[in-house]
Design a binder for this molecule. Structure first.
Ligand code: AR6
Length: 182
């Protein structure tokens, strides 16, 4: 892990992701793309009904069977301050075999799609760590590994947006531990 690169390009913040003025925010969605609870519900509420209509169009055109785990799909942000929403589906921890690979794909594919759309900044929630039950520290290690691999490839500022101070502090603790190991 390149500490300087992380320090320059990654911010760990606490807050509501729907308020962030960034090029893209990532949504921890479900296969249907039709909205739900948690951060997904908050994003749909803040973006307004046009977001669901755009998701329905994506379902019709590209994902008739739903968005699979680890895949990504992009819509406009509509009423959000963010230009785009990148929807992804994290793995359900208790039900998924290859979960770390699929969680890594969520982050990896979202970063690549944001870069393809000329984004300079992207904000992530803690995908899968809510209703989908991924243990927080285990997920944090996956995120750090993906960022270490992807940051040198993409000119993107990455904001990791946690909903509570406790989660932000827990992430920083995992990050300090990982730094100590390299
Ligand atoms: N801003 C930032 N983070 C948030 C916000 C917010 N406004 N609201 C919640 N979080 P979850 P999952 C945090 O359950 O585990 C939905 O129903 C939350 O504290 O939203 O991937 C979908 O439709 C937690 O740390 O996502 C799916 O069915 C993190 O976001 C399912 O939940 C993720 O929690 C996806 O479950």
């Amino acid at each position: 892990m390149d500490k300087d690169l992380f320090a320059r390009r990654v911010s760990v913040i606490t807050g509501d992701i729907t308020r962030l003025e960034v090029d893209a925010i990532v949504n921890a969605a479900n296969h249907s793309l039709m909205g739900g609870g948690g951060v997904d519900g908050a994003i749909h509420r803040a973006a307004g009904p046009e977001l669901k209509q755009a998701c329905q169009r994506l379902r019709d055109s590209d994902w008739p069977d739903g968005l699979p785990d680890g895949e990504v799909a992009l819509t406009d942000g509509f009423k959000l301050p963010a230009r785009y929403v990148i929807h992804t589906v994290g793995p359900v921890y208790a039900k998924t075999k290859d979960k770390s690979h699929l969680l890594a794909n969520c982050y990896r594919n979202a970063l690549a799609l944001a870069a393809e759309h000329d984004c300079r900044s992207i904000a992530f929630p803690a995908i899968s760590t809510g209703v989908y039950g991924y243990p927080f520290d285990e997920a944090a290690r996956v995120v750090l590994d993906v960022l270490a691999e992807a940051l040198p490839r993409h000119e993107l500022d990455v904001i990791l947006c946690f909903f509570g101070e406790k989660d932000a502090e827990a992430f920083k603790a995992v990050m300090r531990k990982a730094e100590g190991e390299t």
